[in-house]
Design a protein around this ligand. Sequence first.
Ligand code: GTR
Length: 420
Amino acid sequence: NAADEAEAQPAGVNYDESKVPAYTLPDPLAPGGGPRVQSADEWRERGRPATLDLFKRFMFGVIPEGQVITRADLISDHEVFDGKGRRREYTLTLTGPTGRSIAVDILVYTPVDPKRADRSWPAFLGLNFKGNHAVDPDPRIKLCSSWLRPDGDNVVNNRATEKGRGSERSRWPIQTILGRGYAVVTACYHDIDPDYDDGFENGAHALFAEGRGRPRDPSAWGSIAAWAWGLSRIRDHLQTVPEIDPSRVAVMGHSRLGKTALWAGALDERFALVISNESGCGGAALSRRRFGETLERINTAAPHWFCSAFHTFNGKEDALPFDQHQLIALAAPRPVLVCSASEDLWADPKGEFLSALNADPVYRLLGFVGMEAREMPGIGEPILSRVGYHIRAGKHDTTDVDWAVFLDFADRHLTATIRP
Ligand code: GTR
């Protein structure tokens, strides 16, 4: 399938820094080439909305209006990790204006402090690729019931099997995270919108009276916008979980789900902190560099991820009215951490660093130091300024090394001043 081919990193892709074309980045303080924003107030009133509008119209697409009703059912509640944690599973049933529904199963892990049962914790919220049952091998976790991508014996006819339990556990060191004083919340992204090109018939798109049978607007939302919207619906629910402090929820994600975390953080300012792990093209990496994955490649391999207006920039990166540093700037002044891996050239580590660096002027205008470094740091030398950056040795993945940096970054920016 096309998205898997993209993962194979085809020939003909530029991995040579000397062949990166000359380019000029749009000024993040002059979105759309308009007059330069001069003050923090003006950024809020004009700069941020104008930037958001560009990304909606030309990249991720516009999320439709219309009331969605959420019902939350608690489906399990267990003590885990020798009493050091508690895990609850909920099914969120989201019903849209069309009357159609989707069911999103969420796992909520919270630390247990025997001395203070009333304590509320900061949390990491991120979507997973292979189902909640893949995140943790505990056989009591509900097997994902959504369409899944092929994955050996773990998935048969696009449905989860018992064999897939724990298959993604190396990406979710839950015990370590709880031990550091953070809750973990996750759901499978396919529950929100199955990741294949179905003409927007199923998933979150079906909740709204758009698309089906009718020509779609070039700015109609794609799947990344749907996943980001789903993260906000999960965030709504966290408001009702007493052990979680809703003012300290970090949104994070890996790869396509890192692109999703950046967009969710841009749209929904309730997310206190944003983490992109190896999000690459369409995420943290600058499009104009055309290093590794390009717009043409991503829009061909995954035509449903972005709105169709974005496809018109294939091979025309310089015509884009923005670049990805402005996606990072949409989080300002909230902390954002951008992480890369040295062998993940497909995601263009340098382009990811340059995005973080070039978001800095917006942070400075708002009165904060964004990116402290001026040069890309070496492998294993995390920069933990308000806009942070880290490059780990190795391949495209989320590992314990990445989590150690996420946790240090969160300690510095999410809990330092508020932790009791
Ligand atoms: C690939 C895509 C990347 C990245 C990756 C992933 O197909 O080319 O941009 O998103 O998938 O999500 O693992």
